[in-house]
Design a protein around this ligand. Sequence first.
Ligand code: ADP
Length: 539
Amino acid sequence: MNARELPGASNATSGEAYLVLQQHFDDIARLVSDFIWELDGDLILRSISPRLHEVTGYLPHEWVGHRLEDFGAFVGEDGCEETIDWHKPFREKWYRVESRDGVFCTFLLSGIPYYHIATGQFQGVHGVARDITDILSVEEKLRYSKEVAEKSNHAKSDFLASMSHELRTPLNGILGFAQLLQLNPGREPLSNAQQGYAQNIMNSGRHLLDLIDQVLELSKIEAGKYDVTIADVPLAALMDECLVLVQPMADKNAILVQNLIASEDAIAVRADVTRLKQVVLNLLSNAVKYNRPDGAVTVTSLLGDGIVKIDIADTGIGIAHTDQEKLFMPFERLGHEGSNIEGTGIGLTITRELLHLMDGDIAFDSTVGEGSVFSITLPLAEGVATHAPSPDIAPAPAKLDAMTDERTVLYVEDNPANMALMEQIIAMLANVNMICAHNAEIGIAMAEAKHPDVILMDINLPGMNGIEALKALSQIEATKDIPVLAISAAAMPHEVKAGLKAGFQAYLTKPLDVTSLIKTLNALLNEDDSHTEEQARAG
Ligand code: ADP
């Protein structure tokens, strides 16, 4: 804008026009939220707008005649002081100043040097400043609340991990001894009624274990602590793997289970293979569990625009209309609570959450007395990947050769009930004796002295823990080649992974599956070179 065009400036002399211009400028400077400031050629403040007073409590005239550095400092992102090159334009430099009341305020300063029109000589710098103190304090508060939330999330996860550990330890005793009662008919035969009691202890214990696992899993998903690894997953092969697992349950009730997804169709979805298996297994086992004798379960797929729809249809009891909205709520078993169909009522809740994590979804259609169709949708993979069967599906074949030489197993465990259980388990193996240590330090000394064939190591031990003990054993000449198995109630997937990474030959979680422990031990004690991948995953 030119001074002559300003309202009120017509017919004015150039001096008057300048004053009018100055007046306009001052009004604007007073109104805008940003400050306007000007330094002279010696970098002395010539003017600063009155908003300075509102923010810092200083009147402009108190600052005029001084340098900006006399009141505050320029700071970089790291909080260190920064020097400004006043002869170059600059943008949004942080200028921090203490207000008259002792509160620190932060401004974003931008400036540009100006020069004499005729001589080109440096005349000073002018620019604007924005007060960002409030924004910063909001950001600070947000950062703080985020930190608090993250901390409490962490605390929740830790709590869940230790809960899982604490509950699994007594369950190891309950399920372990119940398994022993069932496995030991020769020496101490049980009456039919007692067999039934032992079976009841097993069923209830396993149900409790399922509940613990599923509640933990759900809490983990809800805490946002669930990682999925998305890859191309060929569908037909995955379905076949899952079908094999539900087949025994289906056979019991003569239910025909068919996978109509042909491998030649080479359909692949984008999903996390383990999680998808979990989803499919839950839906298949529901389709079998809530079916009728001689019923059928059929799996089909349909390609859509960038998605695949997988239908798992059953000819079962169906779900009443009034119950349908409760289907995905945790612990809702829709009248099956008292029935002999096992379940926790959490499976579908987890299934839906898992699908959401994989950008998929679930829907269903059901008619009472006719059956239900559960449909999941997942993104379609562009290419088709080859898919090796995953290790957790293929059980390790165990060699059960008769042992001739006397073998020794060292068990390092601080819990007396678990120790007693292991003694009974080992007593079932021919020619194997067990020696015990109730902490890692004694265990290492015993291993050195007695050179056992296998070491079974608890992880959470008083003093040195099992992982540290494993490391120590690997550094001692006499013990470095002895296979060490972890037997632990630390059963969260990351704990198992850390254990295997630390070098345990296998990581068995409590409550122990006695049969699988016996198989693993038999295999280890029968082979000299027993460092196989399969055993590393047993249990
Ligand atoms: P559960 O562990 O009880 O099977 P889910 O969360 O998997 O838990 O399922 C919740 C409830 O939904 C079940 O208890 C059952 O009443 C009902 N349900 C699930 N799938 C089916 C199905 N295919 N047919 C009939 N009812 C089903």
